[in-house]
Ligand binder design. Structure first.
Ligand SMILES: *[C@@H]1O[C@H](CO)[C@@H](O)[C@H](O)[C@H]1NC(C)=O
Ligand SMILES: *[C@@H]1O[C@H](CO)[C@@H](O)[C@H](O)[C@H]1NC(C)=O
Ligand SMILES: *[C@@H]1O[C@H](CO)[C@@H](O)[C@H](O)[C@H]1NC(C)=O
Length: 379
């Protein structure tokens, strides 16, 4: 008697797994824009911040420039597309290979232009300009000979490539330190107008395939619960900060509308909106069903339960606080935690979120040819 898994495989082979890949997942190159949710090393390469162990310990064996214990959602999606992990635009060492794309995402980046107090100067507009410079350099270098071909995208990859976006979370999160909820809600159209301008610039450069993540339930991040959740009336039934999630939801509603508008306006383009918010809030609400033990508490941090987060000391650091030397340490088993360091998700959570994205059910338009990718992922 065949095992259930073998029978299932037989079923797929016999009746035919869907073979037509989503056009999104059959692309020669990927260009990614965003913040720490998809930064594979830009902020760290820029020299603005250094992160140390235990960042990256699970998969890369070193921090790898990622704000995670291992892989990001972007990494898992690239795995599913049979693509290599993306080199950060600002990484000048190693063997920079940009043949299959480039990652401009930098931690702490916003859609709105950076201000003198911004932690990251690499706002969305700057990232788009970096891309424009990158493309011009690639075309210039290619025109000079074939020596660099194996490191650079072909000219047509700029049109055929997939352009991915995950940005906006910091515009909202940072605003809460100086603005009221009403002011923040009222600023969302301005944030999205700047985002749209960037997308239009990319369209003018030949981009035709857009894959846009909405923003997650930022009120559920330990950092925000610690700072804005001290008044229990501002916490929802999951223990998340209501005002932050309200802002995220309105942002997403308007982002979704923008995606639909762009799809109608640009008929030669594919615009896919991906509902990360629903996937992440379902994960946090129903964490034990998905094998997690801690929905909100950070794995790596200082302070212990209920949040294990202290804004004065980041994961991996040792500092003197209140006259005592303390270290923000990692937990024993990060796969039990949704949250890695109080601000970013753990690799285990990113893997779950990616598996849900790949079902195709959370995107607009949805896609249903999920099996070829899921079979490749080792869950
Ligand atoms: C958009 O998607 C459709 C359907 O998957 C595909 O046939 C088409 O080539 C895509 N358009 C572009 C510009 O890639
Ligand atoms: C948790 O799971 C239940 C049952 O599947 C579902 O109805 C509910 O929407 C989930 N919670 C969230 C916040 O998604
Ligand atoms: C610092 O130590 C004092 C005395 O032990 C304590 O009352 C206070 O809460 C501590 N402050 C912080 C921020 O940990």
């Amino acid at each position: 008697m065949a095992s259930p898994a073998a029978s299932f495989l037989f079923f797929l082979l016999f009746f035919g797994a869907p073979t037509a890949r989503s056009s999104h997942f059959n692309r020669p190159a990927v260009f990614n824009f965003g913040d720490s949710n998809s930064d594979t090393g830009c902020l760290v390469s820029s020299g603005i911040e250094a992160i140390g162990p235990p960042y990256g310990h699970l998969f890369f064996g070193n921090p790898s420039g990622r704000y995670c214990d291992g892989r990001l959602i972007l990494d898992f999606l690239l795995d599913a597309m049979d693509m290599p992990y993306l080199n950060p635009y600002l990484d000048s060492l190693g063997a920079p290979n940009f043949r299959k794309g480039c990652n401009y995402a930098a931690a702490a980046s916003t859609v709105l232009p950076a201000t003198p107090t911004s932690f990251s100067p690499f706002s969305f507009g700057v990232q788009v300009n970096q891309f424009i410079h990158f493309k011009a350099r690639v075309l210039e270098l290619r025109s000079k000979g074939k020596k660099l071909d194996k490191y650079l995208p072909d000219e047509d990859y700029f049109e055929k490539g997939l352009y991915m976006f995950d940005i906006g979370q910091n515009d909202l999160a940072i605003a809460f330190y100086s603005k009221t909820l009403d002011q923040i809600l009222a600023s969302i159209p301005t944030i999205l107008a700047v985002f749209e301008t960037g997308l239009q610039k990319l369209y003018d450069q030949g981009a035709r395939n857009f894959w846009i993540h909405n923003t997650g339930p930022l009120g559920c991040l330990a950092q925000n619960v610690a700072r804005f959740g001290t008044d229990p009336s501002n916490l929802d039934e999951l223990g998340c900060v209501s005002s932050h999630n309200q802002a995220a939801k309105l942002f997403n509603l308007q982002l979704h509308a923008l995606c639909k508008e762009l799809q109608e306006e640009y008929t030669d383009t594919n615009v896919t909106y991906v509902d990360i918010y629903t996937i992440k809030s379902n994960l946090i609400a129903n964490y034990s069903r998905f094998g997690f033990e801690q929905p909100i508490m950070a794995c790596c941090g200082y302070g212990g339960p209920p949040l294990n987060y202290d804004s004065r000391i980041i994961c991996g650091q040792t500092k003197i606080l209140n006259g005592t030397v303390v270290t923000a340490k990692g937990c024993d088993d990060s796969s039990e935690y949704i949250n890695w360091d109080g601000i970013h998700y753990s690799e285990a959570a990113n893997k779950y979120v990616s598996s849900q994205i790949l079902t195709g059910k959370y995107s607009d338009p949805p896609f249903s040819d999920k099996m070829p990718f899921l079979l490749k992922l080792k869950f």
